[in-house]
Write a protein that binds this ligand. Structure first.
Ligand SMILES: [Fe+2]
Ligand SMILES: [Fe+2]
Length: 161
């Protein structure tokens, strides 16, 4: 039996490993594409399974929900352009900060578990059943965000309170 945040923490490691592989010897597109696939699905599990379940039990529990959504949007936007080594480094920077916010003591995951209690085990099975997100082809267009800073700024503007 596994709690949903144990499942999600394991996902973080898989994502980190693929991302590290994509940057290990120059740039490896296949590893980056694997990372992208797992990360897009991971974000979907958090936003469609974990957060709604927490909110349903305690609407005020997700105190940093807006920041988390902004970071998810920023990460997703960095997965749109044709990637390279520099882009993979930007994803790694943003992801390190984001995952720490979720995993740290007193962070998002711990607070979610406090609200969920034993329901967390059922949510983990629901999470396992979430299908892969169908990723579209990388886009070759100017004006796509390629740095963590640009991506965060754009996502913040798009979600102005
Ligand atoms: Fe997240
Ligand atoms: Fe996460």
């Amino acid at each position: 039996m596994e709690r949903i945040t144990e499942y999600l923490r394991a996902d973080h490691h898989v994502i980190e490993d693929w991302l590290a592989q994509s940057r290990a010897h120059g740039f490896a597109l296949d590893a980056f594409t694997q990372m992208r696939k797992v990360l897009l699905r991971h974000i979907a599990v958090e936003e469609k399974v974990l957060f709604p379940a927490v909110r349903a039990r305690d609407p005020g529990a997700l105190i940093d929900a807006r920041q988390i959504k902004i970071e998810h949007a920023a990460l997703s936007s960095l997965l749109v352009p044709i990637p390279d080594l520099a882009l993979a480094a930007e994803v790694a920077t943003l992801l390190a900060e984001h995952d720490a916010r979720e995993e740290c003591a007193g962070g998002v995951y711990e607070r979610c578990e406090l609200v969920l209690g034993d329901a967390s085990f059922d949510l983990a099975s629901r999470a396992r059943g979430v299908p892969a997100v169908r990723a579209s082809a990388y886009l070759d267009r100017p004006n796509l965000r390629r740095t963590a800073r640009e991506a965060l700024e754009a996502a913040t503007r798009a979600r102005a309170p």
